[in-house]
Design a protein around this ligand. Structure first.
Ligand code: LLP
Length: 419
């Protein structure tokens, strides 16, 4: 359920007509709904209500906008971060350091140090090499780093191969069959408090079965670790819950997910941790765009919009589907190719899409763009960075300015020896 609905013939974000936002901020622009974010955060938490005090850390990579993070901080969410930049954002948005989990396979020396200095709650260590490096830094600072060991359970998440992370050939975590040995060795390091295990097998999962298989392996690992005398007080089960991108699609609900987790984790005797991203932010945002022109094609027209693959990379990168709708639908329909202005064929949002009829100058949205949308933007074709707006009831604010191509160029210079 989201708060983007047609009222009096115009698509609104909560109580604000999208026409008004386009007028005030221009296009393309991401529009987020606070009420939708809050609803998703609440429904996810309620889904986990059978668990004892779960820790929920929003996956900042899915939507790192400061205002979005602030809304989630108010909802009691912590943050799952994967870079020093995300860590800085989470803190700036008001998330408590102890509620922050630092994941990622390539944390640099400086990033590990930054995490230690600001006292984050947990490092999810992705290799033994990283563990020893963190231990050495912690000793130098006279600190102890609370850690979970991320394991690779060798489970096929049955999602797009580029966002599948839990197969043995993927770069993430340590092989689960070496986890006891590595965990025990790291637990002997001064400077580390090895307290748990972590797993994340992929994103946009359409069914719960691969997750259940992976969690079953984690449960066995916890028992094996304890049998070896290791302490295990936490288990981080990652994110991954998919969302519907096509209207009418059904995905597992947070309630069904929570029921499965409660069943599988029974008797683990740990604090469970979660890192949801898409399920919170995905349907809480749209990308608002204006039709530049409708170009006659051979079999179908091309609807050329002013958003492009640099603003929303998912269709070009993963062949992803985003529903495309007119902001002021007339009831007339058309079948068209929906494309951006960038000079490559990959800048195609949809082929042969049956959609609302549109003409030049009209507004439209790509739906379900609140996660992995603006955060993956680039300035390809010197198009600048897309703006972001947050709506709250009948008010809205620009929460990220459009960064003009000229401002990006200002950071470049031609060395004098080229003169
Ligand atoms: N935890 C870890 C360690 C992750 O790597 C991810 C996502 C998450 C949590 C959050 O997963 P979620 O709940 O959002 O599925 N750019 C891609 C998605 C990449 C996901 C990367 N990791 C896309 O647009 O579909």
């Amino acid at each position: 359920m989201d708060h983007f609905q047609i009222r009096d013939g115009v698509l609104h974000a909560e109580d604000v007509p999208l026409t008004q936002i386009a007028e005030a901020v221009g296009t393309p622009v991401y529009v987020y709904s606070r009420a939708t974010l809050e609803r998703h955060a609440r429904v996810y938490r309620e889904g986990l209500s059978a668990l004892d005090n779960p820790h929920i850390a929003f996956a900042v990579k899915s939507n790192p906008n400061l205002a979005v993070l602030r809304v989630l901080a108010y909802m009691g969410y912590g943050a799952d971060v994967v870079s020093g930049g995300e860590l800085t954002r989470a803190l700036a948005a008001g998330m408590k350091p102890e509620d922050i989990v630092f994941s990622g396979v390539g944390k640099t020396h400086d990033e590990l140090q930054q995490g230690l200095e600001c006292g984050i709650g947990q490092f999810n260590i992705e290799s033994e090499e990283e563990g020893y490096e963190l231990a050495a830094i912690a000793r130098r600072f006279g600190k102890t780093a609370a850690c979970a060991l991320r394991v690779n359970p060798d489970v096929d998440a049955r999602t797009h191969e580029k966002i599948s992370t839990g197969k043995r050939e993927n770069k993430f975590g340590v092989p689960i069959d070496r986890a006891v040995e590595i965990y025990a060795s790291l637990a002997g390091e001064d400077g580390l408090d090895m307290r748990g295990v972590a797993v994340h097998i992929g994103s946009q999962l359409a069914d719960l079965e691969p997750l259940e298989t992976a969690f079953g392996k984690v449960g066995q690992l916890i028992a094996d670790l304890r049998a070896q005398g290791c302490k295990v007080t936490h288990a981080d089960l990652g994110g991954g819950l998919g969302v519907p991108y096509k209207s009418g699609e059904e995905y597992p609900s947070p309630a069904a997910y929570g029921e499965m987790v409660a069943r599988v984790s029974k008797g683990w005797d740990v604090r469970l941790m979660f890192e949801p991203g898409r399920v919170i932010a995905g349907n809480a945002g749209v990308l608002l765009t204006r039709v530049v022109r409708v170009k006659r094609g051979i079999e179908r027209p091309f609807v050329v919009v002013d958003a492009a693959m640099n603003d929303l990379a998912r269709p070009a990168m993963y062949g992803a589907w985003h529903d495309f709708e007119a902001v002021e639908p007339t009831g007339e329909r058309m079948t068209a190719h929906i494309v951006g202005p960038i000079c490559e064929t990959g800048d195609t949002f949809a082929m042969d899409r049956e959609c609302d009829a549109l003409i030049a100058g009209e507004l439209a949205v790509f739906r379900t763009a609140g996660a992995y949308g603006a955060t993956m933007a680039s300035s390809y074709n010197s198009r600048g960075f897309v703006a972001e707006v947050l709506v709250d009831g009948d008010r809205f604010a620009t929460v990220a300015d459009r960064i003009a191509a000229g401002a990006i160029m200002d950071a470049e210079r031609v060395p004098e020896w080229l003169d």
